[in-house]
Design a protein around this ligand. Structure first.
Ligand SMILES: [Cu+2]
Length: 138
C-alpha cells in the first residue's frame, strides 16, 4: 500500500491529524460525483425556457402586444399589473390571476402553432378584450 502525501490536502491539514489514515477510495468517489454534476448541468441546458415580462396598466399592455416563440419551446410569461386582473390564454386554456403587488406567471409548453389572444376575464364591459397575443411559430 502506498502512502503519498499530496500537496494541497497536506497543506490545509492540522498537525494533529497528519497520522490519520484516509480511505483509499476517496479519489474514485470524487470522480463519480463529478460525472453526476455534469449530467445535472446538461439537463438544465436542455430545459431552457423563453421568459417574458409583461407590465399592465389599466388592463392594457405597456409596449409590444405580441410575444413570439417557437413551437415546442417552454414559455414563461410574468405579468405584473396595477390592479387585480384575471388573464386567460385562449387556445391553451390557461389562466393567470394577478393580485398586485405580486406578479403572476403563465407557464406552458408551446405545442400548438398559431396566434393566441390573452384576454381579460371580468364582469361587465372589457370582458374578453384581448390584452396580448402570443404567436407560436412552427
Ligand atoms: Cu377566456
Amino acid at each position: 500500500m502506498e502512502h503519498r502525501q499530496r500537496g494541497p490536502r497536506a497543506a490545509g491539514t492540522p498537525a494533529t491529524r497528519i497520522g490519520t489514515t484516509r480511505p483509499t477510495s476517496r479519489r474514485s468517489s470524487l470522480r463519480v460525483l463529478a460525472s453526476f454534476v455534469l449530467v445535472a448541468v446538461t439537463g438544465i441546458a436542455a430545459a431552457a425556457t423563453q421568459s417574458f415580462s409583461v407590465e399592465l396598466a389599466g388592463g392594457r399592455v405597456k409596449g409590444s402586444d405580441t410575444l413570439k416563440v417557437r413551437q415546442g419551446e417552454q414559455v414563461e410569461v410574468r405579468f405584473s399589473s396595477d390592479r387585480p386582473i384575471v388573464l386567460h390564454l385562449h387556445g391553451y386554456n390557461i389562466e393567470a390571476k394577478v393580485v398586485p403587488p405580486a406578479p403572476a406567471v403563465l407557464a406552458f409548453k408551446a405545442n400548438v402553432a398559431g396566434r393566441f389572444p390573452v384576454h381579460e376575464h371580468r364582469e361587465g364591459p372589457g370582458n374578453h378584450r384581448a390584452t396580448l397575443f402570443i404567436e407560436v411559430h412552427p
